[in-house]
Design a protein around this ligand. Structure first.
Ligand SMILES: Nc1ncnc2c1ncn2[C@@H]1O[C@H](COP(=O)(O)OP(=O)(O)OP(=O)(O)O)[C@@H](O)[C@H]1O
Length: 252
């Protein structure tokens, strides 16, 4: 079977510490997989290995069956791996609209051709406005990104990711730092991506209610190893998740 994304024996060592330990896992389009585990389990490091922020010590990352293990992070992004970075994707002094417009433009591959830029400028703006509607930022389109409150910056980051239209969406705690009334917008967007059926979505999330609501599958990392993988209800009921998230003491 060819997965949209697959890791094979993916491993990274920091000195003597194995932060991600031979993780083999395949991800199908149209599914949202939540990656959970206690603090320090290796979730963010696993994400970094997939998106290319860190080089693996051993193992492979495959995108649509092709080995991308040696591709740089920007190259992986161009190939279709999209990751919402905690606010580092934003151009702080550009307006909200310009931030999204640049992402739409990059997706349309018209960045260097002035004629196509002019001819399609209206389309780019129209698409950027559509994205801003979706992330509930239309009314703030002319504000510089740096002047937005934190929650709005997170929404903008998701908007930029949507504008790039990657095949694989990687969300690392997408609602962190958001107020209660902002969270539904993001959850609705992620739900919308799932409904498209062609996108592969990975979500690192500590909030179990969010995980329960959105995920089709949960994998659990513990000390860098994959220790559980399955249906949400079954994995949530497992001792490792009960202990890590619900404070239930599990006899070893
Ligand atoms: N660049 C690094 N150098 C050394 N050790 C690192 C590095 N990055 C991560 N680690 C270690 O790898 C382990 C896994 O960290 P990671 O941040 O991936 O965990 P996590 O599951 O994302 O945790 P959290 O839920 O707290 O964000 C930790 O012990 C961490 O200290």
């Amino acid at each position: 079977m060819t997965f949209a994304l697959e890791t094979q024996d993916l491993t990274i060592r920091f000195g003597g510490h194995v932060a991600v330990n031979a993780v083999s896992c395949g991800f199908q389009p149209g599914t949202l997989t939540a990656i959970v585990g206690p603090n320090g389990a290796g979730k963010t490091t696993y994400f970094n290995l997939i998106s290319g922020q860190l080089p693996a010590t051993s193992g492979r990352v495959l995108l649509h069956g092709r080995d991308i293990s040696h591709a740089s992070a920007p190259a992986r992004s161009r190939k279709g791996i999209g990751r919402a970075f905690q606010l580092t994707n934003l151009f702080p002094y550009l307006t909200v609209l310009e931030n999204v417009r640049l992402a739409v433009q990059s997706r349309a591959h018209v960045g260097l051709n002035m004629w196509s830029v002019w001819s399609s400028h209206k389309d780019l703006i129209a698409r950027a406005e559509e994205v801003l509607e979706a992330v509930a930022l239309a009314s703030k389109r002319d504000i510089p990104a740096a002047a937005l409150p934190h929650g709005d910056q997170r929404k903008l980051e998701v908007g930029i990711l949507m504008a790039l239209e990657p095949d694989v969406f990687m969300f690392d705690e997408p609602t962190a730092g958001m107020s209660v009334d902002e969270v539904p917008v993001i959850l609705e967007l992620i739900r919308g991506l799932k409904c498209r059926k062609d996108k592969t979505i990975l979500l690192v999330e500590h909030k179990m209610d969010v995980v329960r609501e959105l995920s089709d599958r949960i994998i659990v990392l513990h000390n860098g190893s994959l220790v559980a993988d399955g249906e949400p209800a079954e994995v949530i009921a497992s001792p490792i998740v009960q202990e890590a998230y619900l404070g239930v003491e599990v006899k070893k």
